[in-house]
Design a protein. Sequence first.
Length: 115
Amino acid sequence: QVQLVESGGGWVQPGGSLRLSCRASGNIFSIIALGWYRQAPGKQRELVAVIPTVGSTNYADSVKGRFAISRDNAKNTVYLQMNSLKPEDTAVYYCQARTPSRDAWGQGTQVTVSS
């Protein structure tokens, strides 16, 4: 199994930046992709960005050009750099690890964008 621990959420004013981190442990060699999802109050969880072990990154249209996903394999960590944040980016952000057997999720970290 894979375990995920997120960090880096918080409050920021519109136009600001935050960087989320997610460290994976356990059976990390089974991971085929790492991604970030978010869920705003009253809305369904949605994909924000994904970075596969092999292949290209993919982003939701709403964050293209503002967010960047990256991974440091030496640290077993995936990052989400969020720039030009908007109030509509406010949500709980979850890290996900995809494996052939089952997906793993982090506990979530709150991101609040407001003035």
